[in-house]
Design a protein around this ligand. Sequence first.
Ligand code: DGJ
Length: 729
Amino acid sequence: MAILWNEQDKTLTLHTKHTSYQMKVDKLGILLHTYYGSSIQGDTSYAIVCQDRGFSGNPYDAENDRTYSMDVLPQEYPCHGSGDYRTTALSVTDHNNVSGCDLRYVGHTIQSGKYSLPNLPAVYAEEKNAQTLIVTLRDAWLNLQVELYYGVLEDTDTITRAAVIKNCGEQTVTLNSAYSSSVDFLNGKYDLLHFHGRHGAERTKERTHIDHGMFSIGSRRGTSSHQHNPFVILSRSETVEQFGECWGFSLLYSGSFSCVAEQDQMNQTRLLLGVQPERFNYTLCPQESFVAPEVAMIYSEQGFETLSHRYHELIRSHVCRGSYQFSRRPILINNWEATYFDFDGEKLIKIAKQASELGVEMMVLDDGWFGSRNSDNSGLGDWWVNEEKMQGSMKEVSEKINALGMKFGLWIEPEMVNEDSDLYRAHPDWAFTIPGKKPVRSRNQLVLDFSRKEVVDHILDSICKVLDNANVAYIKMDMNRSINDVCTAAQGMPSEGKILYQYVLGVYSFMERLLQRYPDLLLEGCSGGGGRFDAGMLYYCPQIWCSDNTDAIARLHIQYGTSFGYPISAVGSHVSTVPNHQTGRVVDFNTRGIVAMPGSFGYELDLNLISAEEKEQVKQQVENYKKYWHLLHNGRYYRLTDCEQDSEKAVWMFAAKDGSEALVQVVTCNTNCNSPIEYFRCRGLQPDAVYCEQESGKEYYGSTLMNVGLPVRTISGEYKAYQLHFVRK
Ligand code: DGJ
């Protein structure tokens, strides 16, 4: 049994293969958080030592016990107004604008299987492989009910959390904040690993020591954002790649979010993750509920490497869905960097033809095929095919591509509208704008109010008309601005937070309905590259365009950071031209191919314009991808160097789970005269097995490769790459 209730101790303990998580109903009915870490047994609440802490108040029913204070007790779902002056999970205001909440345990249920959440993504599992705990708490004064949901997937060492907050009273209440998870750590020194960035430089790993006070990251942009990612790791200060304790928190939500790490006066640390509380003010009428999206928590007792392996497995097997979840994705060519908006039907077919001759399997037609979309100033919202530019219908174009033996894919950006479009002229009120005020433009476009069903219905219908009339195997779903001017006259002006939350639900419903209608469609997420790269999106899209920056060397950092919380199969990565369009850097074709390979793999250039020698390399890369994809997607991924620390080389590898083979990929970075030799040490091999490196025929013991390692080849010139394929004898 993964979930145990001990009636005598009043403890609820959640067990996974290597992990335990415990809470306890105390003498006042407060749900304490007592433990999260390596497997334990028994009641761990003895570790909580209560003392009179000056200026830390006591609940009335603690009577004269001055040692009992919410201000220092570790809790499952701490509330503002209870006497806890730290950042709390829940803050509520009643209809008189009086704030404060006091949640007490009412009961709990334990069910087999994993719960799901209405209209939100959630981890799923077969009924026999998961259990659900629902703990009900209640504030008697507000008549507010909070259901805390816990999902336990023993095999993948995952514990999920979500909360449903229901107004059971007769007056409106307002949620000022409602985090999905809050975890208190009684003692220890912690760091927060978070993944910050910007457009073209997403998910750069940064490690911040948590001192007294609060450290917070998040997004106010309406999307999860390029700037911060809703996946974080809290670790002990000594934790490194293969050693030490760490706790991962991944929010399955694609909108504005907040993560707070706080060390309190008693050196305890609290970690909260959930929907952004700023301007949230989510009103609940009587009987209305708010669902705080899911957080998937994973603990590792063996450093970041094991934590990443567990997340890779979880997301690949229990978050991603659909017919491409485990199968090889078609190797694609995308025309964006080859043509931008400057194309017609003939040019596209020419690009596709050359690519198909080199073995590429799918042609993706990016932005510019619809309405008056000849630049990024017009046309968004008008999802009808520009047949003049395409020199035929979409059916004809797709048939020509199919005749080359290729699948056909299309780009869309459903959430957006240009003022210069038929849609905006017909429905100016469908875009977020404040009446009488000029909106903030970004890329000269406005955001459609996807919190409104009629807007989603219209866009979905018009896109389906295109898809119904052509053979489209793949959709790249883009989103190219942050949201502003959040106002929607049609809804009687709910708060910004409420609209933005319902907007995200609208985006999810759009994708869900699209996938229900076209179950074999491969959906790739995108938001100006990786601006919405989160576990929520991965419930709908098994892959996401990782960054608009296609420079192989910049990608080393972006893909390295991404790998901490997301599987390699989720990473959209392409070979593009040089000088690179984003950085101007020139990197040779081989290196570009090796860096693009750990992902969904494809090309983003006109292959007619490369040399005969490079064309041969394309053929080889295509063959290599087909040969190695099972290792790249199903093998265990190991970071052999730290991209943010090691300026000499970037090395990573994939090892088959049964130890039968491995692929090591190496990129040399700096070039110097008379440099010391650099080494790397393999991981994930069987120590006693002999492995043959396929190109040289050299043989090594697994133990040798893992302990002695291999010297990095000395290759003249910057940014050279090679790979080594080891097969067990
Ligand atoms: C941003 C995407 O990330 C690019 O790949 C491309 O699709 C453009 N948008 C098209 O406008």
